[in-house]
Design a protein around this ligand. Structure first.
Ligand SMILES: Nc1ncnc2c1ncn2[C@@H]1O[C@H](COP(=O)(O)OP(=O)(O)OP(=O)(O)O)[C@@H](O)[C@H]1O
Length: 210
């Protein structure tokens, strides 16, 4: 369902990336491994069309995202993708519950309070829905990020270094939660990371080289 073809991107004439073609079938999980600076975040942002490629295509469920205008891209992203960013992006003045409901609002969907409560209880932060995100630990915020990414039951979940700052136990837990959530909603899951601990959790892997 997700395929890329000849994706290239330039930050400047000297900072140019040519990425290997990627394919991730419906309901499959793919791990993209690379050391720091190999362009993992750049690639993830290209997959979400948060960056526009210099050349090449990103196709999701037969839609070539590079043919969409900015408004269409934003609508497609909100409806079809859940993104777990490297650093959590929350609205700090809103509660955890309202940050989750924001995902509904941005996708023009009805507020799904029951789903938010159910996810919070599955992911172990049901008692913290009234808090502000910055009153939670990093590991807890990571779990809220996962919940927010799956609020709208997207077809594709993209996760950027979801375990990099976590100890072994929490890294295993977070990757298990991502796998479990994507399986529950039938989503494809793409994780980009330098974290070699995740290798064994994924059969499908692509490596980025410097
Ligand atoms: N906005 C930008 N302008 C110019 N260069 C950038 C920009 N963002 C990233 N780069 C450069 O592109 C390269 C790849 O960055 P990117 O964040 O994609 O790597 P990464 O593999 O995710 O790294 P890390 O594991 O350290 O997060 C880096 O060398 C970085 O300096």
């Amino acid at each position: 369902m997700l395929t890329t073809h000849n994706l290239t991107f330039s930050y400047s004439p000297t900072k140019h990336f040519q990425f290997p073609d990627i394919a991730c079938a419906n309901r499959e999980a793919l791990l993209i491994l690379g050391q720091s600076g190999t362009g993992k975040t750049t690639l993830l942002h290209l997959l979400a069309l948060l960056l526009t490629p210099t050349a090449g295509s990103v196709t999701i469920n037969e839609t070539d995202l590079t043919t969409l205008n900015a408004a269409q891209t934003a609508a497609f992203r909100a409806a079809n993708m859940g993104i777990v960013y490297q650093k959590p992006h929350f609205v700090s003045s809103l509660s955890v519950m309202d940050n989750l409901l924001l995902a509904n609002y941005l996708a023009n969907k009805t507020e799904a309070r029951d789903r938010a409560r159910q996810l919070a209880s599955q992911l172990g932060f049901a008692d913290q829905l009234g808090k502000r995100p910055n009153q939670m630990s990093q590991g807890e915020q990571q779990r809220v990020s996962i919940a927010r990414a799956v609020m709208n039951q997207p077809a594709l979940i993209l996760a950027d270094e979801p375990t990099s700052s976590l100890d072994d136990e929490n890294a295993t837990r977070v990757i298990g939660l991502l796998r479990q959530q994507s399986e529950q909603i039938g989503a494809s899951l793409v994780v980009v990371t330098h974290d070699q601990r995740l290798k064994d959790a994924f059969q499908n892997r692509v490596s980025l080289e410097k």
